[in-house]
Design a protein around this ligand. Structure first.
Ligand SMILES: NC(=O)c1ccc[n+]([C@@H]2O[C@H](COP(=O)([O-])OP(=O)(O)OC[C@H]3O[C@@H](n4cnc5c(N)ncnc54)[C@H](OP(=O)(O)O)[C@@H]3O)[C@@H](O)[C@H]2O)c1
Length: 279
């Protein structure tokens, strides 16, 4: 593996620490974003999922790629399948960031992207991260500001994962062939309810934060009121069903198997992101 590594979503939650981790390993990285500016010291390349004319420049000189769909896009198959096809046509190894739990049902669009990758004939690794700890300083930050996180999660638990551990797992999968052809369900170290998480965040940032369980309809109304498109709001509400059912509470050792280091706790995440959580 002597070519460059293309990182899609390179300025995002996982992409940015992944670019850093790959550069630290001495890899040559092409950091993709729509603007195509250099990111974290890596060469930048302009890429747009919705514009196939940007693909050949992005894949030029590349033998491995990290493929993810940025947040905010509901049509995972429509946007990801052409990227998988473009990678496979060039025999580029793909490490694909999927979503925890999608392998439960082959009719789930994300699972169909996984299946297409598995059948494509190109080397691959599939990473399925659970809910990101980082959502607390991004999607749920407004709730933290107001002292109340309101979600349709019931009292279901999730083993929240730090984006840095996803990035470290991705860096491992991209820089050795030892994990090729395998899928990994990436989790944090412990199952926590949103009430548990609110307590941990309160203690770390020194301000009371409550959790209120709401129903899907109220959640969708809040999102639409905040400017989120309706199809994406409905998609977000639907993915809390597995949380309420307890399916996101599982804990795996996949981060440690890939990286040699145990996954970070939510408390560690909160301590390291105190500035973002209180901004
Ligand atoms: N959050 C969670 O709890 C969670 C859990 C499991 C799985 N996931 C999955 O993780 C993925 C999100 O990962 P993430 O949070 O690391 O991503 P992210 O931060 O949302 O990624 C944003 C990046 O994508 C780029 N981007 C946006 N639109 C683009 C377009 N049309 N073409 C090319 N680049 C574009 C942005 O750069 P520019 O704006 O400069 O183009 C930026 O680099 C989603 O697929 C989600 O399903 C999330």
């Amino acid at each position: 593996m002597t070519g460059k590594i293309l990182v899609l979503g390179a300025s995002g939650n996982v992409g940015r620490p992944l670019v850093e981790a790959l550069l630290a390993k001495g890899e040559k990285v092409k950091a993709a974003s729509r603007a195509g500016k250099p990111i974290g010291g890596a060469e930048g390349v302009a890429f747009d999922y919705a514009d196939r004319s940007t693909f050949s420049q992005a894949f030029d000189g590349v033998d491995r790629a990290y493929v993810l769909l940025p947040a905010g896009y509901a049509d995972s198959k429509g946007l990801l399948l052409p990227v998988i096809e473009a990678a496979a046509a060039r025999k580029v190894k793909v490490v694909f960031q999927s979503v925890f739990g999608v392998d439960a049902d082959d009719s789930i669009p994300y699972r169909q992207v996984e299946l297409a990758l598995e059948k494509s004939g190109t080397p691959y690794v599939i990473l399925r991260p659970n809910w990101f700890s980082d959502n607390f300083h991004t999607f749920w930050k407004v709730g933290i500001d107001h002292g109340e996180i309101a979600l349709p999660a019931g009292d279901g638990k999730s083993s929240f994962i730090d984006a840095r551990d996803i990035a470290a797992s991705a860096a491992a999968a991209l820089t050795t062939s030892a994990f090729d052809g395998q899928s990994f369900n990436l989790t944090g170290p412990e199952p926590l309810s949103y009430a548990d998480a609110a307590k941990i965040l309160s203690d770390v940032i020194g301000k009371p934060i409550a959790y209120r369980a709401i129903d899907d309809g109220a959640f969708v109304d809040i999102l639409i009121g905040a400017g989120v498109p309706e199809d994406y709001a409905l998609m977000l509400a639907s993915i809390f069903y597995p949380v309420r059912e307890g399916w996101t509470a599982a804990v795996t050792d996949a981060v440690e198997r890939l990286t040699g280091t145990p996954a970070r706790s939510l408390e560690t995440y909160a301590r390291d992101h105190i500035a973002a959580l209180t901004a």
